[in-house]
Design a protein around this ligand. Structure first.
Ligand code: HEM
Length: 370
C-alpha cells in the first residue's frame, strides 16, 4: 500500500476559497488521495479516482452525512443527498418527476421568453451587476415559483440556499451562521408549509399531496421539500455568474459561440467544469477502501473534490483553459453515480436560454470586478 501524503490547509477559510485552484493543483501533484490533518479527512483529488469513488456508494456512503465534520453532517442528515439505498431510491423517485426533461421542456418557452426580456433590458442599461441583475434573475423569478414557497417565505429562500452549503463545511463563522438558518428553515417547513399555503401545482405542493394521499412518509416528504428549496438557487446562480465571467475573459470563445450556436451545450459544460459550483461533498467509508493503491481505513470521512477532479491535467488538456470546443468534456460537476444531480436539466435550460438571448444582441462582454 502507498502512503497517503498530507496536505496542510484550512480548506474552509476565506483565503482557500479565494484561490482554490492553487491548492487543488498542489493536491493533485501529491496524488489521487491526500490527507487533510486539520479536518482529519481524506480527499480524492483526481478524476478517475473520484469517478470510481462516486460510483461505489456501498463502500463510500452518504447516509452518515456529506459535510466535512460531524456537526455539519447532523444538519444534512435525512436529505436525499445524505441518504443511502433503499431510502435513497424512494426519495429520488418522489423527487424526480418535475425535473425530468419532459417536464423541463414544458417550461422552456417561458424561461426563454423571460431570458430575452431580461437581456434586452440589461443591454439598454449598458452596465449592470452580473450576479444580482443577471445570474439571479431566472432562479429568483421562475424557479422560486416552481418550487412553490409562499410569498411570505420567498424572501428567505436565497439565505436558506446559501446556508445549506455553509453547513457542509466546518463550524467556523460561516458554518455556524448556516446552522442557525437551517434550524429556521426546518421550523418554517414543518410549521408554515401546507397545501393551503404553498403555490398550487408547485413542486412542494406535489410532495405535500403525496404525503396526504399516504404515498410518502411525512418525515421523508419534509426532507424532500428542503431538497427542492436548498439546491435550486445558489448552484445555478454560481454557474451562470461563472459563465459570464469566463465569456468576458475569453473574447475569442464568445466570437466562436456567436458564429456557431451549436456550441452552446459545450460552453455550458465547460463553464460548469471550470466553475464547479459544488466544490466538495464528503462520504463515510463504511469498510476499508482501496483507492488506486491507497488504503483508507473504515469510518474515515472522505471528501469528493469535484472542483479539483474537473481540472485534472491527465484528463483535460490545458485543464485551466476555457475551451468551448473541447472534445472530451465529461466533467463531474453534476456528480456521478446514484447521487448525480437531479436538477441538471433545469440548470442547463436556464443557462442555454440566457446564452440564446445574448448571442444575437451582444458584441462583447466586459466585466469590472468590484
Ligand atoms: C449548475 C447547477 C448545479 C450543479 C453544478 C449541481 C451539482 C450537483 C452535484 C455535484 C451533485 C452530487 C452530490 C453528491 O454526489 O453528493 C448534485 C446532486 C443534487 N442536486 Fe444538483 N447541481 C445543480 C443544480 C441543481 C438544481 C437546480 C437542483 C434542484 C432542483 C439540484 C438538486 C440536486 C439534488 C436534490 C441532488 C441530490 C441527488 C441525490 O442525492 O440523489 N441541483 N448536484
Amino acid at each position: 500500500m502507498k502512503s497517503i501524503p498530507n496536505y496542510d490547509c484550512d480548506f474552509y477559510s476565506d483565503a482557500f476559497i479565494e484561490m482554490p485552484h492553487y491548492h487543488y493543483t498542489k493536491m493533485r501533484q501529491l496524488g489521487p488521495v491526500v490527507y487533510i490533518p486539520q479536518l482529519n479527512n481524506f480527499a480524492i483529488t483526481k478524476f478517475k479516482a473520484l469517478k470510481k469513488a462516486l460510483f461505489d456508494f456501498e463502500s463510500l456512503c452518504s447516509g452518515d452525512g456529506i459535510a466535512a465534520d460531524e456537526v455539519g453532517c447532523k444538519y444534512v442528515k435525512g436529505q436525499i443527498v445524505s441518504s443511502d439505498p433503499p431510502v435513497h431510491r424512494v426519495m429520488r423517485k418522489a423527487m424526480l418527476p418535475p425535473l425530468m426533461p419532459k417536464n423541463i421542456n414544458e417550461i422552456s418557452p417561458i424561461v426563454k421568453k423571460e431570458s430575452i426580456k431580461l437581456i434586452n433590458k440589461l443591454i439598454k442599461q449598458k452596465e449592470f451587476d452580473a450576479v444580482s441583475d443577471l445570474a439571479q434573475f431566472l432562479p429568483l423569478n421562475i424557479v422560486r415559483d416552481l418550487v412553490g414557497v409562499p410569498d411570505f417565505g420567498k424572501g428567505n429562500m436565497l439565505n436558506w440556499a446559501g446556508a445549506s452549503f455553509d453547513v457542509i463545511g466546518v463550524q467556523n463563522q460561516r458554518g455556524k451562521r448556516g446552522v442557525e438558518e437551517i434550524i429556521k428553515l426546518r421550523k418554517f417547513i414543518t410549521g408554515k408549509l401546507n397545501l393551503k399555503t404553498v403555490k398550487q401545482n408547485s413542486w412542494i405542493g406535489r410532495i405535500l399531496q403525496l404525503i396526504k394521499d399516504g404515498l410518502l412518509e411525512e418525515n421523508l416528504g419534509n426532507c424532500l421539500i428542503r431538497d427542492y428549496i436548498n439546491p435550486s438557487l445558489d448552484t445555478t446562480i454560481s454557474a451562470i455568474s461563472h459563465l459570464i465571467l469566463l465569456l468576458s475573459e475569453n473574447y475569442n470563445e464568445w466570437i466562436k459561440l456567436q458564429k456557431n450556436s451549436s456550441l452552446i451545450k459545450n460552453t455550458i459544460n465547460e463553464a460548469i467544469r471550470l466553475g464547479s459550483p459544488i466544490r466538495s461533498f464528503s462520504r463515510k467509508a463504511n469498510k476499508n477502501v482501496d483507492i488506486e493503491g491507497y488504503h483508507i481505513p473504515k469510518n474515515s470521512r472522505v471528501m469528493m473534490l469535484f472542483a479539483s477532479a474537473n481540472r485534472d491535467e491527465e484528463i483535460f488538456k490545458n485543464s485551466h483553459k476555457f475551451d468551448i470546443e473541447r472534445s472530451f468534456n465529461e466533467h463531474l460537476g453534476f456528480g456521478y453515480g446514484i447521487h448525480s444531480c437531479v436538477g441538471k436539466y433545469l440548470a442547463q435550460l436556464e443557462m442555454s436560454s440566457l446564452l440564446e438571448a445574448m448571442i444575437p444582441s451582444i458584441k462583447k462582454i466586459e466585466t469590472k470586478k468590484t
